[in-house]
Design a protein around this ligand. Structure first.
Ligand code: IDP
Length: 134
């Protein structure tokens, strides 16, 4: 019944010391952390992770940002984990979409540096967990 999702604390979140804050919110929601690793991201991994965005105007910016410094990658588990994490993350634009009380709504200002990534479907989660954790 439980589902798994891939969560990343992106370079801005790691550099701002927000890994603990993100983990605390995941745990308070009732989700469980099953893997956690600080990872340097090379161009190949970034391209595979963000394949769906290839060709978009912000693609190069996205790749250079995610490869700029380490990320904290984690596998998070629980009932409806994919949707539950996206709820606590908040919408992509931290000001226009993410509501107060969410990670992005409380802690971020810009879409390009919005602290966290969470898989957008169970199928994406399966692909992304394989990609990041083998
Ligand atoms: P999500 O992270 O909320 O699932 P996606 O649409 O999958 O959002 O986009 C992936 C990431 O790309 C976003 O988290 C954000 O950091 C970045 N991004 C998305 N749209 C834009 C944009 O219009 N300008 C700059 N960065 C963007």
């Amino acid at each position: 019944m439980d589902e798994r999702t891939l969560v990343l604390v992106k370079p801005d979140g790691v550099q701002r010391g927000l890994v603990g804050e993100v983990i605390a919110r995941i745990e308070r929601k009732g989700l469980r952390l099953v893997s956690l690793e600080l990872k340097a991201v090379d161009r190949g991994l970034a391209e595979q992770h963000y394949a769906e965005h290839e060709g978009k105007g912000f693609y190069e910016e996205l790749l250079s940002f995610i490869t700029s410094a380490p990320v904290a990658a984690m596998v998070v588990e629980g009932p409806r984990a994919v949707a539950a994490f996206r709820q606590i993350a908040g919408g992509t634009d931290p000001v226009e979409k993410a509501v107060p009380g969410s990670i992005r709504g409380d802690l971020a200002l810009e879409t390009g540096s919005n602290i966290v990534h969470g898989s957008d479907s169970p199928e994406s989660a399966e692909r992304e967990i394989k990609l990041w954790f083998g």
